[in-house]
Ligand binder design. Structure first.
Ligand SMILES: CC(=O)CC(=O)C(=O)O
Ligand SMILES: [Mg+2]
Length: 223
């Protein structure tokens, strides 16, 4: 896919497609938040309205949130329909990737965990999904051992590798596809490594994927 085609695909991806997110997919992140390592993928959704493209404005911490965390993640962009696909058949159906931040209102999430409620308020607010440009599968031919990092105000906070996922990409997409069909342009967020932490209004978050991409976002607070 050409650079131009990649950018077009990115536009397509952003609006109206499903975003499936995987939680607790790195052992070190499970440990830092005191969670057991899951025995099957933990899934939740983020709405397409939460997408934020680089250069289009700040990440806005939602009203009343006192602890908004960065979570850097590799996103997988689906290229062709995945319904009940075998692990071996997943990778040809992947169009490409995006670097993403699964911004999380941690205090809202803690409240939800205590009450047994869903994570919607914690994960779905406007701007909760900052993303990079589309990275074609040709550009990233092997996503299974790529570095991903996140800095806040130039301080390294997360510095992991996709090699450390509990469930790898073929397994995750095959698993998800047994329960609901993934369509072209859907995005699968594959979980975050250790080092998540709070951001504050005025902070600058930068993140990178191997030597392929870096992206930068500022942070604001909703009054
Ligand atoms: C604790 C979480 O918010 C789970 C999650 O999103 C993750 O990436 O892990
Ligand atoms: Mg996450």
């Amino acid at each position: 896919m050409s650079r131009q085609a990649g950018q077009n695909f990115n536009k397509f991806v952003h609006w109206g497609r499903n975003v499936v997110a995987v939680g607790r997919n790195y052992r070190d992140h499970c440990a830092e938040l005191g969670h057991a390592v899951p025995t099957k993928p933990l899934l939740f959704m983020k709405p397409p309205s939460s997408y934020l493209e680089e250069g289009s404005g700040p990440i806005v911490i939602p009203r009343g949130c006192r602890s908004c965390h960065h979570e850097v993640e590799l996103g997988v962009v689906i290229g062709s329909v995945c319904g009940d696909v075998h692990e071996d058949d997943v990778m040809p159906r992947v169009a490409g990737y995006a670097l993403a931040l699964d911004m999380t209102a941690r205090d809202f999430q803690e409240e939800a965990k205590k009450s047994g409620g869903p994570w919607t308020m914690a994960k779905c607010f406007d701007t909760a999904l900052p993303v990079s440009r589309f990275i074609s599968a040709k550009e990233l031919s092997d996503p299974s051992g790529v570095k991903l990092w996140c800095k806040v105000n130039e301080e390294m906070r997360q510095n992991g590798s996709t090699a450390d996922m509990v469930f790898n990409i073929p397994y995750l997409i095959s698993y998800i596809s047994q329960y609901f069909t993934l369509h072209p342009g859907d995005l699968v967020l594959t979980g975050t490594p250790a080092g998540v932490g709070p951001v504050h209004p005025g902070d600058v978050i930068s993140a990178g994927l191997g030597d392929l991409i870096t992206m930068k976002f500022t942070v604001a607070q909703k009054e």
